[in-house]
Design a protein around this ligand. Sequence first.
Ligand code: PGA
Length: 257
Amino acid sequence: MRYPLVAGNWKMHKDLAASQQLTSEIVGMVGSEADSRVQVVVAPPLLFLRAVNKLLAEAPGIALGAQNCHEANEGAFTGEISAPMLRSVGVQYVIIGHSERRQHFGETDAQLARKVNAALAHGLTPIFCCGETLEIREANTHFDFVRQQLTDGLFHLEAAQLAKLVLAYEPIWAIGTGRTASAQQAQEMHAALRAHLAERYGPAVADQVRILYGGSVKPDNAAEIFAQPDVDGGLIGGASLQSRSFVDIVKAAAIAL
Ligand code: PGA
């Protein structure tokens, strides 16, 4: 039985006051409406991690996430934040390899593998993202492409490390576009990824790894996607910026998963 997870990735949205307000609303609503069967994660902009974490003290079921970290512990890397720094302000999860980081900041699989190591070494749970472009899907090479992202980013890990990790399958053509993958497309990719993990680490380890779906998840499509056997929750962008829609997605996970 995998413990479902719904994470809100706020990206570069919300100032301090808006971050605090959104957090307070989510804390108030999740407490009364969701279910302790779902792990909820919020990933605000780095600058507001501490302020958000203070408000999360009242909600033990909601964990703090970061959207990125550097691969080194410290050093001359102007503008960057390391895994131990995140840990020191209460971060528990870190999104690694989001397609926007790969695309706009040139992050490579080799670099992401080092970031995963840094996160694990400091007790953070990586939410490792993968997913194909529309071109790759139309060329029908998406399974190979996404499997390769896992191989390159993760397969250097020991089984015990891999088992701690969360994966997020996010087809790039579905991110922020309103065009979601169908529940069937999500399920078939998630099953393929779990089979790929099983080939390398065995079925027992593969069965422990939570695989989230991300890409235009909304309250009205969440239940169907979460009902798929290999979908263990969601990584939510746009719909996580409003408490009502985010909490409705959390509720859908509590019912479906
Ligand atoms: P979206 O973003 O829900 O706005 O499509 C998902 C993501 O980028 O994680």
